[in-house]
Write a protein that binds this ligand. Structure first.
Ligand SMILES: NC(=O)c1ccc[n+]([C@@H]2O[C@H](COP(=O)([O-])OP(=O)(O)OC[C@H]3O[C@@H](n4cnc5c(N)ncnc54)[C@H](OP(=O)(O)O)[C@@H]3O)[C@@H](O)[C@H]2O)c1
Length: 321
């Protein structure tokens, strides 16, 4: 057995379960690529998702421990399994790994080859790893579920976070008018991302500033979601990535409520790559942490203020151009 360094959890729990240790290096099966990981990034809530621990979505519900977290990868294809159709060995790639597989907090990961996209040439691996989950979530929310087009007014709750910093930029790139909520300290930052108006969620009542919005993108949940119906126009759409909107509330406001979980999708990621190549989408990296300190990265997600993503550096070769 060939070994690699990896971050694994042997029992379900939080960051305290994560151990940096030696693990078997995976072999690419049919249709899979073996990726030499250069950088991976971490997402708030990931260790609480069933899919991190079991085959909950698409399988039997079987326990997958020991499990490797961190499902956004940037790296280089090391080998292809039988029948794999995707970028050939030696190609710098990035992608979102399905949640019911091991993630990329390791030196190597296997990924269905057809989910990998060529890494944007202008991004090093660290910045590329900040993209797949957060940008695809924002893309699918705005394009697939809310059908945002030019001239629409979109309210984005949590505009400074991992998903929010992409959502603001993508909505602007689609030609929408963007209002975002964020902490006061993030007001200028979110304005620089392209938001027309940024409301301090600790001081401003967004209901006093927004009316008739076409779309609300809820990246926060709870009372923020419940209060959002009143700012939508009739026929408007509330998309949440945190919790399913109440169907009765949607009906009483003549609005549509959508909850979804992001899906790995090479075509969507290639659209995101196009925006990056055009300079219309810039990943925001809050900090870079060595793989061995992944536990601290997950702890920081729960307690510290951030702008954008926390990225794990796995290789010193950053692949920058
Ligand atoms: N369904 C899916 O497919 C999917 C995909 C990705 C993520 N998620 C979930 O979506 C959520 C957001 O993810 P993320 O990675 O973007 O998290 P994040 O990086 O922690 O960002 C959340 C942002 O929301 C801000 N915020 C907190 N309370 C707020 C409020 N009341 N009003 C406005 N802004 C507020 C935070 O600001 P402060 O730091 O100043 O508090 C932070 O900037 C998480 O719960 C995550 O698990 C779901």
């Amino acid at each position: 057995m060939t070994a690699m360094r990896a971050v694994r959890a042997h029992e379900r729990g939080g960051p305290e379960q994560l151990v940096y240790e030696s693990a078997p290096r995976p072999e690419p099966g049919p249709g899979e690529a073996l990726v030499s990981v250069h950088a991976a990034s971490v997402t708030r809530g990931e260790l609480a998702w069933d899919a991190t621990w079991t085959d909950s979505f698409d399988g039997t519900g079987a326990d997958r421990t020991p499990t490797i977290p961190s499902h956004e990868v940037s790296g280089v294809v090391a080998a292809l399994g039988p029948g794999a159709s995707g970028p050939p060995a030696g190609t710098a790639v990035y992608g979102l790994i399905p949640f019911t597989r091991d993630g990329a907090a390791a030196e190597y990961v296997t990924v269905p080859a057809d989910l990998l996209a060529v890494k944007p040439s202008g991004l090093d691996h660290v910045r590329a790893a900040a993209v797949p989950l957060a940008a695809l979530t924002a893309w699918q929310a705005l394009v697939t579920h809310a059908a945002v087009t030019a001239g629409r007014h979109v309210l984005i709750h949590g505009g400074a976070g991992g998903v929010g910093s992409f959502a603001v930029q993508i909505a602007v790139a689609l030609g929408a008018r963007v209002t975002a909520t964020a902490s006061a300290a993030d007001r200028e930052f979110v304005r620089r991302l392209g938001a027309e108006q940024v409301l301090d969620h600790t001081a401003d009542r967004f209901e006093d500033h927004v009316e008739g919005a076409d779309v609300v993108l809820d990246l926060v949940g709870g009372a923020t979601q419940a209060r959002s119906w009143s700012v939508l126009r009739p026929g408007g759409t509330l998309v949440s990535i945190v919790q399913p909107p109440d169907p009765d509330a949607a009906a009483s406001h003549s609005a549509r409520g959508v909850f979804f979980v992001v899906e790995p999708d090479r075509t969507g990621l290639e659209s995101v790559t196009g925006l990056i190549d055009d300079g219309r989408l810039v990943p925001v990296v809050d900090r870079v942490v060595p793989l061995a300190e992944a536990r601290a990265a997950y702890e920081a997600l729960e307690r510290e203020h951030r702008r954008g993503k926390i990225v794990l550096r796995v290789s010193e070769d950053d692949g920058g151009d």
